[in-house]
Ligand binder design. Sequence first.
Ligand SMILES: Nc1ncnc2c1ncn2[C@@H]1O[C@H](COP(=O)(O)OP(=O)(O)O)[C@@H](O)[C@H]1O
Ligand SMILES: [Mg+2]
Length: 459
Amino acid sequence: MNYLRDLWSSLSEQTSTTTTPSSSSSSDTSLNNNSTGSSGSPAGVLFNNNGNTELILATGSSSSGGGGSSGLSRLIFSLSETGLTLLLTFLSIKYLFMPLLSNLLNTNNKQTGTNLLPRKKRKIGELIHKCLHLENPRKDDDSYYISLYERYLNKYEKIVADFLVLPEDLDNNFDDIGGMDKLKKEIYESVCFPLKYPHIYEGNSSDSTSIKLRMLPKGVLFYGPPGTGKTSLAKAIAKECNCAFLNVKREFLSDFLYGETEKLVGALFSFATKVKPCIIFIDEIESLLPSRQASYQMHEVSKARISIILSAWDGFETTSDGDQVMVIGATNLRSQLDTAALRRMPLQFKIDAPDRNSRIQILKLLLKNERVSPTVSFEKLADATQFFSGSDLTELCKKALSFPIKELIDREIKSKTSMANIMPRELMFDDFMKARQFVNPSCLEEFEIPMDTDRIIVD
Ligand SMILES: Nc1ncnc2c1ncn2[C@@H]1O[C@H](COP(=O)(O)OP(=O)(O)O)[C@@H](O)[C@H]1O
Ligand SMILES: [Mg+2]
């Protein structure tokens, strides 16, 4: 049923161009009638739309004469030409009424955001209440807040609501990110402070020049090797500023049809303004906005999609509704980002592999609740982990911790004694050195050189 629903949705987009299934000569739609057996009845019907959509109504090979077929296949094979025509006519009607039908089907679709938990709906309702400056907060009235969610969000904004993480549900904060002190300070000053205290940046509202000079940053890019803490930092900002966090992943838009892009991207920004302060975090932003200059073979549809996203972004940037809404992009492949997208993120931070001092701090942080022998030198560990990202160091510690546990497992198996009251021994330097053989550093390769270094404030 879901398959059919998706198919119908996809066909709804092409209602204007798709011919009825019976027009087999169309280049978009083809109809294959495979004669089967002696009856000559069609066994398979295939609609192929630009290679994207296929519907096989009835398939099957029949032995000649069909003597061994099951009752069901005999029923299918015995469909007369008239029956088939009727079926095709029925489907044609559906295709003609696809926009309407698609809307009806979508009301039950999981993508409409109706599967959100009531707690989350209520929370979103509370944010809407605050943003609209409505009076009389009704603290205990769940249904009031849920009704705000239902009434003030359109269908597409409810889809976007699925990507929302509430600040209280975020588990990262700045203290959980080891090292990178200079970078964290820069981020706090240029991103967190304006988000927390927008009034300081608004200046004198009657004087437009002062607003321009003290503009709130609206586009920020984190770029650098994988596992260096870009996502963690974006979440920490949202937590610190008590911001709603819209976690847009690369799948965003991929489940949707081209015709829905505009509405969905528009909804991304309009939803953010309804629950602000809000961070729109776009992970792997180069996959959503790849360079149009670099890929000559990019399909026109993909180029058009990029333009739609960029113009929606512009639209939101120029309205005052966009205050306290910030887009943070993250990428490992900055050079693959569209240059127009890069321009929309003038504040750029290179999140590089942690230096020696940061590695010491990260290791201490990761191991703060573990039993580590006092003989373990964190300085030596840092020396042995050059080019390790924060994520690599996490893996290293996990692997090192597995050795004392493995010893207990072996002991239990060999001596058949219970380990109920026994704890693993302390971690030794050797555990880390053994673990080192299992974890490869991610930041070995020289990271790509930025193209327009003048825009980068932290390096
Ligand atoms: N500086 C750091 N301190 C502590 N943990 C870190 C640090 N950098 C990365 N990590 C850990 O590595 C993992 C991946 O980090 P993430 O923020 O997703 O990296 P990125 O987004 O750059 O790929 C997370 O579990 C995170 O806790
Ligand atoms: Mg990430």
